[in-house]
Design a protein around this ligand. Structure first.
Ligand SMILES: [Fe+2]
Ligand SMILES: [Fe+2]
Ligand SMILES: [Fe+2]
Length: 477
């Protein structure tokens, strides 16, 4: 017998993401928890609760990596929600002033739960992030001078940016205050645990690079002063906007793109083989933040005059240091020591993080536009309902009929095609998104745009309603 022949598999010898059955079992086992089952609260009331719509997960297939065109699909949203919740098994969360529930604490951190998460995470990451290999192609010509020139030109360009799509969406929204609060909600999955992914790199033995990164980590953590910790500053910002700062109370309103961005940073910090990509991503974040935080501070303050902006003020100045520290203490020495491999990985991380950051921002822009179209979407319903109904009668399209009791909440979700909601009887609060609702009673309805986050809450004893699968709105106009 050779030295290599040690395997004696009882169940499997394959722990890679190619073992689809193993990974699928792990994902479903992870999701099967009262912490994740549907309930009737539009905001998350359980400190460890994260609604994952697990009854739907078993019908989803995460085995084939997403194409770029499918990044906004429901499968992507579901995978991003599950992946975010799985990453939390590594982060200690304690409720502070929120009620303490020992059983839920035990369930959230049970060994079997964490084991399932660690089998499922690489699989979901393969599903969600493989498209980046195709989307971002790099030449082999990266060297320290080339990276230096490229990053310096990014820094110069970024300093000259005067607005951002997210800021414009807030400013031009028909309800800027709500849009501003919604943006704070979208920043929360990252900012409320700020530096937790980064702090994973506080461990290990990797020379001077570790000390350079640790200097940034301690700044993010406020040098041990709770009041100065960046997540504390952001909690104050949220409270000043009359938002609850308990993480992740607005779970159901996190958009696919916001979760994806947070999951990307989790991926490149949890899996240490992506350390060099993380260096590129952190250079991007620290450099881009100098300007982004100024732009966000100004637009948010315009929309919410009472806002505590110290979180943003802090980043406008400290990230000037962090950007320099990231280049001189991480980018440069990493390439000097580890050569072209490090250079390519650093540029890849920079490009990937930029791509996903822009994707997240666009998701927010579209969601604001969708929420602002609430009245117009009722008009569209009135305009096309008869035609749609006739098409259903002739068997051209399908519909789902629902009869739900008072208090029933359809946890927020998205659809891959356009749909038409028609209330037959009763009263429904159609949830167009964060802090935006449309009341629908008998013979009223609304057009539901594909990929847009929405939900529903029943207010009458019973509500009878129909969802027509109309495919593409344009064919009915
Ligand atoms: Fe920070
Ligand atoms: Fe920073
Ligand atoms: Fe729906």
């Amino acid at each position: 017998m050779s030295k290599g022949e040690i395997l004696d598999p009882r169940v499997t010898c394959d722990f890679s993401t190619s073992n689809h059955d193993l990974c699928r079992d792990a994902i479903l086992a992870f999701c099967d928890s009262p912490l994740y089952h549907d309930n009737e609260n539009r905001y998350e009331e359980n400190f460890y609760g994260r609604r994952l719509r697990p009854h739907v997960v078993r019908h989803l297939d995460f085995s084939l990596p997403l194409t770029t065109e499918r990044l906004a699909s429901y499968e992507a949203l579901s995978a991003n929600r599950i992946l975010f919740a799985m990453n939390e098994v590594d982060f200690l969360m304690l409720p502070g002033e929120a009620p303490w529930e020992e059983a839920e604490f035990q369930a959230a951190y049970a060994e079997s739960h964490a084991a399932a998460a660690h089998v499922g995470m690489p699989y979901l990451e393969r599903f969600l992030f493989s498209f980046l290999e195709r989307e971002i192609r790099l030449s082999d010509n990266w060297s320290l001078p080339a990276v230096e020139e490229y990053f310096r030109s990014y820094a110069t360009e970024s300093r000259g940016v005067s607005s951002l799509p997210s800021a414009e969406a807030i400013r031009s929204s028909c309800n800027p205050a709500t849009a501003a609060r919604d943006w704070l909600v979208q920043l929360a999955p990252d900012f409320l645990i700020e530096s937790s992914p980064m702090a994973r790199y506080a461990s290990g033995n990797y020379g001077r690079l570790s000390s350079s990164l640790f200097k940034i980590i301690i700044d993010e953590l406020g040098y041990g002063d709770f009041e100065r910790k960046h997540s504390t500053l952001f909690e104050n910002t949220m409270r000043s906007a009359e938002l609850d700062s308990v993480p992740h109370r607005y779970w159901q309103y996190y958009l696919n793109g916001s979760l994806m961005l947070a999951n990307y940073y989790n991926r490149i910090t949890r899996n240490r083989k992506y350390f060099f990509r993380y260096i590129g991503a952190i250079y991007l974040a620290e450099t881009g933040f100098i300007t982004s935080c100024r732009i966000w501070r100004d637009v948010l303050k315009e929309a919410l005059p009472g806002l505590d902006t110290r979180y943003f003020d802090e980043h406008c100045h400290i990230d000037i240091d962090h950007s320099r520290m990231a280049f001189d203490g991480l980018v440069r020495p990493a390439i000097e020591t580890y050569g072209i491999f490090a250079a390519k990985e650093i540029v890849r991380g920079f490009e990937e993080a930029r791509w996903i950051g822009e994707f997240a921002e666009q998701d927010f822009v579209r969601q604001i536009c969708w929420k602002d179209s609430a009245e117009r979407n009722q008009d569209r319903y009135r305009q096309i309902f008869d035609k749609v109904h006739r098409a259903w009668e002739t068997g051209e399209i399908t519909k789902d009929c629902l009869d739900e009791p008072k208090g029933e909440l359809s946890i927020t979700h998205t659809h891959d095609g356009d749909e038409l909601c028609h209330v037959v009887s009763g009263e429904m609060e159609f949830l167009n998104g964060f802090e935006c609702s449309t009341t629908l009673r008998g013979d009223q309805g609304i057009f539901i745009e594909h990929n847009r986050l929405h939900g529903a809450l029943i207010h009458s004893e019973r509500c009878n309603y129909e969802i027509y699968n109309i495919g593409d709105l344009n064919r009915w106009l």
